[in-house]
Write a protein that binds this ligand. Structure first.
Ligand code: NAD
Length: 478
């Protein structure tokens, strides 16, 4: 990451500062406030794996921020930057994120200090299984207590290894598959989980643009159509967000920032082509149909309508916040804006759609997957054909009425096929995600607009979330 001119608090302190700003506007007892703020526990594990003829030692963490609801939920990250501070900050964000989107979980997060690109697939499997073993034997992976998911550097592949490891160690647990989410569909996963976080970013922006007042607050107007978007990180989240926004909403992806530089194109980049190039070449360098900028981070400051940081935390900081030109930022990554930068942006009038909300699509669909695993049945399996049969009745009746009355009405082309088709799992998942993103935005927005002392969506999001966590603790008698 680029060097910073001004020293700033770490990620954990940054999350605390944001929490403090919100909680100062609430009327919680100091004891309860502290209980909600602190991270309950962090387990550090060091384990050895024999690789390439020698034992290599790895360090991993699983942090539980709040157990006001169980299981606790949160991804497992593979990156060299993983530290206790980072994992605790991310676990805290999970608590508030789950509360905001009403996913019935406490907050947790895990991380392994490793650069996954340095290992062969079979080596990563060995390392993942060993890490999972260490966590499973302490119930830090368990369908009823702690359910991980993918995050930076991990994907459905790692989740499948973790699920299999759990099943091997708990051979009679009928709910074993619910011990982790984000699994491949052929291994107990759910349709739409891989795309879910990026899809959620799209639904969040669509909901934002349904409210002209909010759009105007960012100094923008109209719809997503034609909006210039810059995305940082074309990984799982960034790629899906960029793909859906450009293919389905008419947004123009004018910039893509990756580890090795950035691509700019005022006409809009071909997201699929850039994605394929990165897969084949390990970065954006050498991609022909765009202007290449070596100092990728500088492109965060380029002119656009919407900036989507979707890579990692702390990329917008006191050193560059004042130069950010995007009037609207949606935090697809966790913690991309430091607490200090957040103040600068608020002063400038930049509207920030906060991480708590913006990237909650992942945990939302993880929740659906967990429910699917516990119910042992695919969503829609019982209703789909019955729904189709009832729709068929209506279509038959309309056609009979039209024929009998002699008016000669005809149904619009394509209507019959679309109306008759019952929803499959993917459609149901997308519908559930869309509803979740809309309802959560409306809860945040109400606080943002109704309270004089709330100046931004982040504070509004924390207020909604902290209040729900507090209610849950109170209900337990705390
Ligand atoms: P990923 O590993 O799939 O993708 C990260 C991308 O960012 C990669 O393409 C990587 O090359 C790029 N990147 C890394 N460092 C960079 C840098 N310094 N500058 C520019 N690009 C850089 O990870 P992901 O799962 O897409 O997660 C991205 C962010 O979204 C993280 O903050 C994560 O916590 C958050 N998130 C992910 C999910 C999920 O479901 N995967 C859910 C919620 C939040």
């Amino acid at each position: 990451m680029e060097s910073r001119a001004v020293p700033e608090p770490g990620f954990r302190d940054s999350v605390n500062l944001m929490f403090n700003r919100a909680v100062a506007l609430m009327d919680l007892s100091p004891g309860l406030e502290e209980k909600i703020r602190v991270c309950n526990s962090t387990y550090t594990v060091r384990f050895g794996v024999r690789l390439r003829g020698q034992i290599q030692t790895f360090t991993g963490y699983r942090s539980v921020h709040s157990e006001h609801m169980e299981p606790v939920k949160g991804g497992i990250r593979y990156a060299l930057s993983v530290t206790q501070d980072e994992v605790e900050a991310l676990a805290a964000l999970m608590t508030f994120k789950c509360a905001l989107v009403e996913a019935p979980f406490g907050g947790s997060k895990g991380g392994l200090c490793i650069d996954p690109r340095q290992y062969e697939e079979h080596e990563l499997e060995q390392i993942t299984r060993r890490f999972a073993y260490e966590l499973i034997k302490r119930d830090m992976i368990n369908p009823a207590q702690n359910v991980p998911a993918p995050d930076m550097g991990t994907s459905e592949r790692e989740m499948a290894w973790i699920a299999d490891q759990f099943a091997r160690m708990n051979t009679t647990d009928i709910n074993a598959n619910a011990c982790v989410t984000g699994k491949p569909t052929h291994a107990g996963g759910i349709e739409g989980r891989t795309e879910a976080t990026g899809r959620g970013v799209q639904y969040a922006l669509r909901e934002f643009f349904r409210h002209p007042d909010d759009v105007a607050a960012a100094g923008l107007s109209g719809t997503l159509d034609g909006k210039r978007v810059i995305v940082q990180g074309l990984g799982n989240v960034g790629h899906h967000a960029a793909k859906f926004l450009s293919e389905e909403d008419g947004a123009r992806i004018v910039g893509i920032i990756e580890r090795d530089g950035a691509l700019l194109s005022p006409q809009g980049l071909d997201v699929a082509a850039v994605h394929a190039w990165i897969r084949g070449h390990g970065g954006v360098t050498g991609y022909a149909d765009a202007h290449y900028v070596e100092d990728g981070a500088s492109v965060l400051e380029a002119e656009c309508d919407i900036l989507i940081p979707a890579a990692l935390e702390g990329v917008i900081h006191l050193g560059n916040a004042a130069r950010i030109r995007a009037p609207l930022i949606i935090e697809a990554a966790n913690g991309p804006i430091t607490a200090g930068a957040d103040d600068v942006l608020r002063e400038k009038g930049t509207v920030v759609i906060p991480d708590l909300y913006a990237n909650a699509g992942g945990v939302t669909v993880s929740y659906f997957e967990w429910v699917k695993n516990l119910s042992h049945i695919r969503f829609g399996r019982m209703q789909r054909r019955q729904e189709e049969a009832r729709h068929q009745l209506v279509v038959d009746e309309l056609e009979r009425l039209s024929a009998d009355s002699g008016v000669g009405w005809t149904l619009s082309p394509g209507f019959k096929e679309r109306y008759l088709r019952g929803a499959d799992e993917l459609e149901l998942v997308r519908s559930g995600l869309d509803d979740t993103m809309r309802v959560a935005y409306q809860a945040m927005r109400e606080v943002w607009h109704d309270r004089e002392d709330v100046k931004d969506l982040r504070v509004a999001a924390y207020l909604v979330a902290i209040d729900r966590v507090a209610q849950s603790y109170r209900a337990k008698g705390l």
